[in-house]
Design a protein around this ligand. Sequence first.
Ligand code: FHN
Length: 442
Amino acid sequence: TPRTSLALAHGAHRLGKRTDPMMERWRNYGLGQFIHWGVYAIPGGQWNGASYGGAAEWIRSWKGMPKEAYDNLYKEFDPENYDPSALAKQAKEMGAKYMIITTKHHDGFCLWPSEYTDYDVTNTPYGKDIIGPLVEAYDAEGIDVYLYFSVMDWNHPGYRSVLATEEDRSAYESFKEFTRNQLLELLERYPTTKGLWFDGTWDEAWKEQAEFADNLATEMRKKIPGLIIGSRFRPDDYGNRHFDSNGDLMGDYEQGWERKLPETYEDTNGNDWDCVMTIPENQWGYHSDWRGHVKTSYELIEMLVKSVSLDGNFVLNFGPDAKGDIRMEEKKLATEIGQWMSKNKSAIYNCGHIDWEKQDWGYYTQNRVTGEVNMVVFNKPINSVLRIKTSSKISLQKIYDLNDATKIYDPEEISQDEYIIQLGDEELAEPKVIVIKYDHSK
Ligand code: FHN
């Protein structure tokens, strides 16, 4: 469909992907870690003997919990077991190349000492900065840090979801100034930050702030050149989000894939994107009572591989509890994913999409540097045959097991650009990577 071309002052400022080294680095992460942590970890989805069915970090909006009780939780925030270097080591073992931490979620509570509000860690029994030591610990492990920031803020007196009156407008001006101050403060305090992951930008009031948000993005990028900001931050002149009124992506990558994945490459519009995923159903912050399906490591690994095969990053969420501990279920999954990653990471890092027809056995990923193709096999068919159909004429050089280079597969050409290899009686003990080396000439 042809693009419309409205003249927009605050629409997309670039067509197509960013190609600078910082964005190349982002593109090649493959796997990331999300951490949702705040005072909501204290009730952990429970209040007065009742369990909240919604997402734990939203418990303040539940009629089962008085707002006043929630707003006083910070007086109990004292995560005595918080150990940022242990968290960073665990993330490293899992294979995460970047992490995103909630500096401030919708409730407005700040995990860093903010000059602009009293509702922060300084006024808790813990009393110390959470973010600084975390950034340091992850930096030390070579894991890039991104800051999650909710624009929506249930604590700030000037915050409005709709600007209905003059009074609302003037209150909102103070909120905008506060938001700007906090963002610049974060970037000054944590200058190794690689990007910001925005949230809570869907309100009508924010959708009117195209100019303000655009200027603020420019200001933030002055503080940290190359700063990566996804499509959830700024609205365009007409209040459109993610994609501007001409259908062009605003921001450095698409941030619309929350708890879901694209099915095909076409679904991604050829843009950079990330998928943020919860381990249980819809729980980000710590909830003591996980209901419903809890994903297994193979399900999560499949989502990771599928993301990479469609040129996206996969970001898995963790919700530390009130003491700062990671629950057993999450630890176990991090370990299992890490075990698979330690053997098969070359099919993830620096890899992306190749336009070969997808087959039922799994997903292809292609190394962006070497051009080698990985077949990540999740399903072995009853006939043991894996089909490979390329998109153009190639000459296959070698097909072998990533974890046992002596295991070579002999391709049989069954028609033009179409081959089969035989798995024989090999059992699939876990998702398996088969590497294809090829030349373009035939
Ligand atoms: O409302 C939040 C939710 O609590 C969580 O932070 C997720 C993470 O992507 N974002 C929002 C919903 O889009």
